[in-house]
Design a protein around this ligand. Structure first.
Ligand code: G6P
Length: 611
C-alpha cells in the first residue's frame, strides 16, 4: 500500500528517495510526494507515478539536500488529490515547519482535529496524516523527537512515520506501531523505509523498529527510545534480500519472472526441511513447540486473498495427512465474529507480506484467546512472525508482482510440510512418509515442465479473450485451485470470473451458462475424477466451452474438453502445486492481451495494511 522512504546522511538525498519510491511502486499507489530540507523546507507532490514527481522537481535546486522524506500513497482518508498526497506539513504561517509521511490510520483523528482547530490550526487536506503533523507541531518545543513521542502518546491506530522539521535540519525522526519500518545503515548515512526493497541497493544492514519505538537519527548516529523516552537498543541484522532478486532482468514482467521462478523457489522452500530417506520433516521454526502441536485438537487457517486459498488447501492437507480437524476463515471475519478458541486450538496465519492488517489482527485475537499461533509467512522480520508463537518462512524470495504466484506455491508447500510434520508424529507410518516426501521432493522438477505451458496458455487465452464471464470448477483439493484460478483471472484481466466446487455449479450458477462461456475445470486423475467428468458433461451440454487441466496421458478428457493443459501426475494432496500454474499463465496472457499493466493491476495493492 503506502510506501515510505527517508534519508539523512552525507549523500544527496533526492536520488536515494526517488529510487526508493520506484522500488516501492509495485505495492500499488495513486500519488507521490517528497520533502527536503535545504536552506528551508521544500515540498513537491503529484497524483500518479513516481516519474511524474521526478519530472516535477527535475532541475529544481531546492531539492538538492542531504535530508528528506518521500512517500507513495494509496488513498484511504480523502480522495486521490495532490492536496491529500504526503508529505504533510504543519501550518506554514504559524507552524514550525514540521513535515511528515505516514502509513497506517490515525483512528482518533477527528477528536484530535477538533482540539487542534480550537487551538487555531487550519487544515489543507482531508487526511488523518495532516492531523498528526499538526499535533506534532503543536507539541513542538525545540526537540522534534520529544514532540513526536508526546504526539504518539495521544494517538490511537496504526502508524509508520518519518518526520523532519525545518527548525532542526540535522534530525530525522521515525516511529512505528502496527505498520512496518526499517532503518538501513549505510556508509553514507541512514535510509528509513517501509520495505527492504527501498534499502537493499544501498546496504544490507538494517535495524527493525519495534512497536511504539521512536528513532532519532542524525547524520552519523541513531538512537531508539520508547514513547516515555526510555532508551532501548535496536538490533542490527543482515537483509536476506539481494538486489538481483528484485531486478526484472531479461523478463518483461515481474509476474512472469516469478511464475518461472517457482521450481527454484520450491527447492529453496524444501531445502534442509525434508529428509526423504528417513521420512523426516524438520521445521526449525516449529521445533520447540512440537509436543504441544502434536496434541492439537483443531487447526484454523486465516488469510486474505490468495493466502486464504492457500489456507483452504492447508485445511484439506491437515485433515488428510495429520487427521486434525481443520477449517479456514477470512481473517477479517474471524476476528470480529467472537471466535471460539478451546484448549488445543492452533491458529495459522498465512501471508506473503506478513503485514496484512486483517490477518495480523486475526492472529492477535487468536493469541489473546489462548490459541497457539503459527505464521506461514514470506517476508522475514515482518509483523506476523513477530506476533506468532512459531512459524515457517516460505523462502521463495521477494515477490514484486501484485498478483501472488510463487508465494502461493510457497504457502501451499509450507502448509504441506506443516501437515506432514504433524502427521508423521501422529499417525503417518514411516513408509507412507518416505513415499510422500519422495513425491514432494520431485515437485520442483515437475514444475519446470508445467512452466513450459506458457505458449499454450497464450494460445488458449487468445481464443477466449473476448469472453466476459468465466467459471472455474474443481472438487476436493482442486476446489481452492479453482478459486485461485478465478481470482488470478479477475484481478489481472478484469474479466468476471467465479470459482466454486464443481458440484455446487448445479445449485444456481448453471443458470449463467450459455453458448461459448468458458468453464475451466481442474480435472486431474484423483479420487473425484469421474465425478468431475460428469460435471464437464453437464456444462458442455449447455453450450459452455471447456478448458481442462488434466493429468498427462489422460486421452479420455480430450474427447470432452475443448482445450486441455496437461500436467504431470502427482499424489492427490500435491496436485495443487502443479495445477495452479497453467491458470497463473492463462491469467497472465489474458491480461497482456487485454492491454493491462500485469504487475500493477488497477485498484490493487500488494500488501493491504488497512482493514
Ligand atoms: C492483497 C494482494 C493479494 C494477497 C492478499 C494477502 O490483496 O493483492 O495478492 O493475496 O493481499 O496478502 P498477504 O501478504 O497477506 O499474503
Amino acid at each position: 500500500m503506502c510506501g515510505i522512504v527517508a534519508y539523512i546522511g552525507s549523500e544527496q538525498a533526492r536520488p536515494v528517495l526517488l529510487e526508493g519510491l520506484k522500488r516501492l511502486e509495485y505495492r500499488g499507489y495513486d500519488s507521490a510526494g517528497i520533502a527536503m530540507l535545504n536552506g528551508g523546507l521544500h515540498i513537491a507532490r503529484t497524483v500518479g507515478r513516481v516519474r511524474v514527481l521526478e519530472q516535477k522537481i527535475d532541475g529544481d535546486d531546492h531539492f538538492n539536500g542531504t535530508i528528506g522524506i518521500a512517500h507513495t500513497r494509496w488513498a484511504t482518508h480523502g480522495g486521490v488529490t495532490e492536496q491529500n498526497a504526503h508529505p504533510h506539513s504543519d501550518d506554514a504561517d504559524r507552524g514550525h515547519g514540521v513535515v511528515l509521511v505516514h502509513n497506517g490510520i490515525i483512528e482518533n483523528h477527528a477528536s484530535l482535529k477538533t482540539w487542534l482547530l480550537s487551538k487555531g490550526h487550519t487544515f489543507a487536506s482531508e487526511t488523518d496524516t495532516e492531523v498528526l503533523t499538526h499535533l506534532i507541531g503543536e507539541l513542538y518545543e525545540g526537540d522534534l523527537a520529544a514532540a513526536v513521542r508526546a504526539a504518539l502518546r495521544e494517538v490511537e491506530g496504526a502508524y509508520a512515520i518519518a518526520v523532519i522539521c525545518s527548525e532542526q535540519p540535522d534530525v530525522l525522526v521515525a516511529a512505528r506501531r502496527g505498520s512496518p519500518l526499517l532503518i538501513g545503515v549505510s556508509d553514507s548515512g541512514y535510509i528509513v523505509a517501509s520495505d527492504a526493497q527501498a534499502i537493499v541497493a544501498h546496504t544490507s544492514r538494517v535495524a527493525d523498529l519495534d512497536e511504539e519505538i521512536v528513532a532519532t537519527i542524525t547524520r552519523d548516529a541513531f538512537h531508539t527510545a520508547d514513547l516515555d523516552n526510555i532508551e532501548v537498543t535496536a538490533k542490527l541484522r543482515e537483509l536476506e534480500v539481494s538486489l538481483d532478486e528484485i531486478e526484472l532482468g531479461d523478463h518483461a514482467h515481474y509476474m512472469f519472472k516469478e511464475i518461472l521462478e517457482q521450481p527454484q523457489a520450491m527447492r529453496r522452500c524444501l531445502r534442509g526441511r525434508i529428509n526423504v530417506r528417513d521420512g523426516e520433516v524438520i521445521l526449525g521454526g516449529l521445533g520447540d513447540h512440537a509436543r504441544e502441536l502434536i496434541r492439537s485438537k483443531r487447526v484454523i487457517f486465516l488469510g486474505q486473498g490468495t493466502a486464504l486459498h492457500a489456507g483452504m488447501l492447508g485445511e484439506y492437507l491437515m485433515e488428510d495427512l495429520a487427521k486434525v480437524p481443520a477449517e479456514t476463515d477470512f481473517a477479517s471475519e474471524f476476528r470480529y465474529r467472537n471466535p471460539i478458541i478451546e484448549e488445543g486450538t492452533v491458529v495459522v496465519a498465512v501471508s506473503q507480506s506478513g503485514e496484512t492488517a486483517d490477518t495480523l489482527a486475526g492472529i492477535r485475537e487468536a493469541g489473546e484467546r489462548g490459541a497457539m499461533t503459527i505464521g506461514l509467512v514470506n517476508v522475514v522480520g515482518s509483523s506476523i512472525p513477530n506476533a506468532t508463537d512459531a512459524g515457517v518462512y516460505l523462502r521463495v524470495g521477494p515477490e514484486v508482482g501484485v498478483a501472488s504466484t510463487k508465494a502461493f506455491l510457497g504457502q501451499v508447500m509450507a502448509a504441506t510440510m506443516f501437515a506432514m510434520f504433524l502427521g508423521r508424529r501422529r499417525f503417518l507410518s514411516n513408509t507412507q512418509t518416505v513415499r510422500l516426501l519422495g513425491e514432494l521432493e520431485g515437485i520442483p522438477d515437475k514444475l519446470e515442465r508445467v512452466c513450459g505451458l506458457s505458449d499454450e496458455a497464450e494460445q488458449i487465452a487468445k481464443r477466449y479473450i473476448h469472453r466476459d464471464n468465466w467459471l472455474f470448477l474443481g472438487r476436493g483439493y482442486n476446489y481452492p485451485v479453482a478459486l485461485e484460478g478465478a481470482l488470478k483471472l479477475k484481478e489481472l484481466s478484469y474479466i468476471h470470473a467465479e470459482g466454486m466446487p464443481a458440484a455446487e455449479m448445479k445449485h444456481g450458477p448453471i443458470a449463467l451458462i450459455d453458448e461459448g462461456m468458458p468453464a475451466v475445470f481442474i480435472a486431474t486423475r484423483n479420487s473425484q475424477y469421474r465425478k468431475v467428468l460428469s460435471n464437464i458433461e453437464e456444462v458442455k451440454s449447455r453450450g459452455a466451452d471447456v478448458i481442462a487441466v488434466a493429468t498427462e496421458g489422460d486421452d479420455e478428457i480430450r474427447g470432452l474438453a475443448d482445450e486441455v493443459f496437461y500436467v504431470p501426475d502427482a499424489p492427490e494432496p500435491l496436485q495443487p502445486l502443479l495445477t495452479i500454474v497453467p491458470l497463473q499463465l492463462l491469467a497472465y496472457h489474458a491480461a497482456l492481451l487485454r492491454g493491462h499493466d500485469v504487475d500493477k493491476p488497477r485498484n490493487l495493492a500488494k500488501s493491504v495494511t488497512v482493514e
